[in-house]
Design a protein around this ligand. Structure first.
Ligand SMILES: CCOC(=O)c1ccc2c(c1)NC(=O)[C@@H](C)N2
Length: 116
């Protein structure tokens, strides 16, 4: 039935998002960049993204596949790499999260193929 078919897909999306967020130990990606703290952020970044926004989208059925989730993860990382210069903790942290996140997403893609 439909409800049985959808549940594994949502469960895989949730567990993948949880695994990605767990690797953000400094929690710099947990919430949207604070625009009062970083007033020029939107001059450089047209589409902000963060894990709380991704979770709201996930629960709102905005992601139909792991690929959809991966697109927002990549957006979040590239925003950080663009805005923050190479010598910042933010930039270095984003590079590391991109690597470890890639492995998590590759595994999730494989699992997704097996649940159809
Ligand atoms: C309370 C001050 O917080 C920040 O200035 C700040 C807090 C979190 C941030 C960030 C800035 N910049 C970023 O690019 C993303 C990755 N995270």
């Amino acid at each position: 039935a439909l409800e049985l078919k959808l549940t594994p897909a949502l469960t895989l999306l949730r567990s993948t998002l949880d695994q990605l967020q767990e690797k953000d130990t400094a929690k710099i990606f947990s919430e949207p960049v604070n625009l009062s703290e970083v007033p020029d952020y939107l001059e450089f970044i047209s589409q902000p993204m963060d894990f709380s926004t991704m979770r709201t989208k996930l629960e709102g059925h905005a992601y139909c596949s792991i690929t959809d989730l991966e697109k927002d993860f990549d957006l979040m990382i590239t925003n950080c790499l663009k805005y923050n210069s190479k010598d910042t903790m933010f930039h270095k942290t984003a590079l590391q999260l991109r690597e470890v996140g890639g492995a998590i997403l590759r595994h999730a893609h494989r699992q997704s193929q097996s649940i159809g």
